[in-house]
Design a protein around this ligand. Structure first.
Ligand code: ATP
Ligand code: MG
Length: 316
């Protein structure tokens, strides 16, 4: 797992923000210091963290334009129990104006986020950027600053359309500005295992991306959809829900991948056991995902099994 991950897909409504908020919360539950950057003028990640986007005095807009230091715009997100930390760089519609102003700059417009964060990177264990649904200057700034890109995808007919444009953009940025940029993984979101087309598209993704498709599958789950209206990640809205557990499992899978890359063996996804139940759930789900062998079909509380459970839950 890279430490600075852009969550991007120019297709709208595929689960970028849901992934950003819930993965950030899940990693905070493993006592990491997590920064979530909202780089979408819709400000959905900001709202999803319980921050009123209409009352921001400073936001990612000012940071991108160099009008304030990043630390002056950061907002701590309250976590209900003892955890790591979750910090938000919030956004609202002002970002649209920021993008227009960036475009008028003759030079350096794509490195503004990278420059702004240079001195703050070390203050966090993991940084996520929630990108807007466009391959615009905001997304380019995210991809230039990030070490990897996580691509949420809904397994539906048009899912693969536009993917080549995203991959081409990633490649161009790698060549021109950010040689270390890699694909963190492709995440299947809002998955419904009863849907034949979803299963077919899922198989196509695996055939095309192989190991880069996360084994954890995010099921369609009502708790994930309603949590933002409570201003909370699903973990703090309903910690036992299939959606919350799926994102915990994803966090575990990412940590395990990191260990495999570093030649380590992980028996538990958390360094020290958390004292609260939400943390314990996090540990259990993350460790479950972490313990499953690579290439194995998702099971034991992750992947399709979670999705199937979600269906049962939503039918009940
Ligand atoms: P945009 O491109 O507009 O930024 P997005 O890619 O960030 O959208 P989300 O906002 O995360 O997508 O999700 C789109 C909608 O689907 C939201 O209403 C969200 O609550 C809902 N949603 C996301 N994931 C799930 C899920 N796994 N189960 C049920 N609903 C979901
Ligand atoms: Mg979004």
């Amino acid at each position: 797992m890279k430490r600075f991950i852009a969550i991007a897909n120019q297709k709208g409504g595929v689960g970028k923000t849901t992934t950003a908020v819930n993965l950030a919360a899940s990693l905070a539950a493993t006592r990491r210091r997590v920064l979530l950057i909202d780089l979408d003028p819709q400000g959905n990640a900001t709202t999803g963290c319980g921050i009123d986007k209409t009352r921001l005095s400073r936001s990612s807009c000012e940071v991108l334009l160099g009008e304030c230091a990043v630390e002056d715009a950061l907002v701590p997100v309250e976590l209900p129990m003892e955890q790591g930390t979750l910090t938000l760089l919030p956004a609202n519609q002002d970002l649209t104006a920021a993008e227009v102003r960036l475009l008028s700059l003759p030079i350096g417009r794509e490195i503004k986020l990278r420059q702004a964060l240079e001195t703050k990177r070390r203050d966090f264990d993991v940084i996520f950027v929630d990108c807007p649904p466009a391959l615009n200057m905001l997304t380019v700034n995210a991809l230039v600053a990030a070490e990897s890109v996580l691509i949420p995808m809904q397994c539906e007919y048009y899912a693969l359309e536009g993917l080549s444009a995203l991959l081409a953009t990633v490649e161009q940025i790698r060549v021109a500005a950010n040689p270390g940029l890699s694909i963190e993984g492709v995440l299947r979101t809002m998955f419904d295992p009863r849907n034949n087309l979803a299963n077919e598209v899922s198989a196509q993704l695996v055939a095309h991306f192989g190991e880069r498709v996360f084994r954890t599958v995010i099921p369609r789950n009502i708790r994930l959809a309603e949590a933002p209206s409570f201003g909370k990640p699903a973990l703090y809205h309903d910690r036992e829900s299939r959606g919350a557990l799926a994102y915990l499992a994803l966090a575990g899978e990412m940590l395990r991948r990191e260990d495999v890359a570093n030649g380590l063996t992980r028996t538990s996804a958390v360094a020290s056991p958390p004292e609260d139940t939400a943390g314990a759930t996090a540990a259990a789900a993350a460790a479950t995902a972490a313990a499953a062998p690579l290439g194995a079909p998702a099971g034991n509380g992750s992947g399709e099994e979670l999705a199937a459970g979600a269906i049962r839950e939503e039918n009940s």
